[in-house]
Ligand binder design. Structure first.
Ligand SMILES: C[S@@+](CC[C@H](N)C(=O)[O-])C[C@H]1O[C@@H](n2cnc3c(N)ncnc32)[C@H](O)[C@@H]1O
Length: 247
């Protein structure tokens, strides 16, 4: 992983938990979902994945745990999280008290362990994407459902965040079938409404407080640069957030 990604996924993840805990419980979910799907996109995935309270669910590459906590709040499921960065693992535990295993692509679970696996915004951060996909397929039960949010680039980008490798739509389709899975549904994250004002305001408050505390730190500046580039690429349509459901 590049040092730029480490700053974002480890150092800033840990700071995010500190800030959200200080701002209060109503800030935890918006803080924990920085950089991933909007509530609308997450609900679409939960609905298509038919997540039920008793499902064995894995959030692979869970970051600070916001989407997993959102899934728990919406459906009653109790997800297990994996995440390679120690700062993010600690953040997810402190913010949401969910079970987190520190792990990357080799997943420390037996085959056929989970009814539902989701993996959001992770694929483009991973050098060996076929290995990650194959691991997601391996731990999924035969009747299981996989949900993903993948940032896809079908043409050369005008600017590039350091360390990301965005698949094309065709490459993504090949990765899904290569993992022994079949795509069942897909959507575009851009089709969902932005987060509601109360959510967006809290996410902005977390950002403002992070900047106040750490604005002079190189790790903060690097992470802001990375997420700024991705934001601009999404806004101009150079990059698209693709939701897929496979099984
Ligand atoms: C953009 S963040 C998304 C976090 C979270 N899924 C979300 O939507 O908020 C990408 C995450 O993938 C993690 N990651 C990087 N390499 C990974 C790997 N090989 N397997 C699983 N996760 C990985 C990073 O540490 C980071 O937390």
């Amino acid at each position: 992983m590049s040092s730029q990604m480490k700053a974002e996924f480890d150092t800033v993840a840990a700071w995010t938990a500190d800030v959200a805990l200080d701002l209060g419980p109503d800030h935890h979910l918006p803080a924990g979902c920085r950089g991933s799907g909007s509530p609308g996109a997450l609900r679409w995935l939960l609905d298509r994945l038919a997540v039920r309270p008793g499902d064995r669910m894995l959030d692979a590459g869970a970051g600070v745990g916001g989407p997993a906590a959102f899934a728990a709040a919406e459906t009653g499921v109790r997800p297990v999280l994996t995440e390679p960065e120690a700062g993010a693992c600690r953040a997810a535990r402190r913010l949401f008290d969910l079970p987190v295993v520190q792990a990357g692509s080799p997943l420390p679970f037996a085959a056929n362990t989970f009814d539902v696996v989701w993996c959001l915004g992770v694929l483009c951060t991973v050098p060996d994407q076929a290995q990650l996909m194959s691991e997601l397929g391996r731990v999924l039960a035969p009747s299981g459902r996989l949900g993903m949010l993948v940032f896809v680039a079908d043409r050369p980008l005008p600017e590039h965040p350091v360390g990301n490798d965005f698949p094309t739509a065709a490459r993504l389709a090949a990765l899904v079938t290569g993992a022994g899975l079949q795509a069942r549904d897909s959507g575009s994250a851009a089709d969902f409404a932005a987060a509601p004002p109360h959510w967006a305001d809290r996410a902005a408050a977390v950002d403002a407080e992070l900047e106040r505390r750490h604005g002079d730190d190189p790790a903060w500046r690097v992470a802001e640069r990375q997420s700024g580039i991705i934001g601009r690429l999404l806004q101009t349509g150079a990059l698209s957030g693709t939701l897929i459901v496979a099984g």
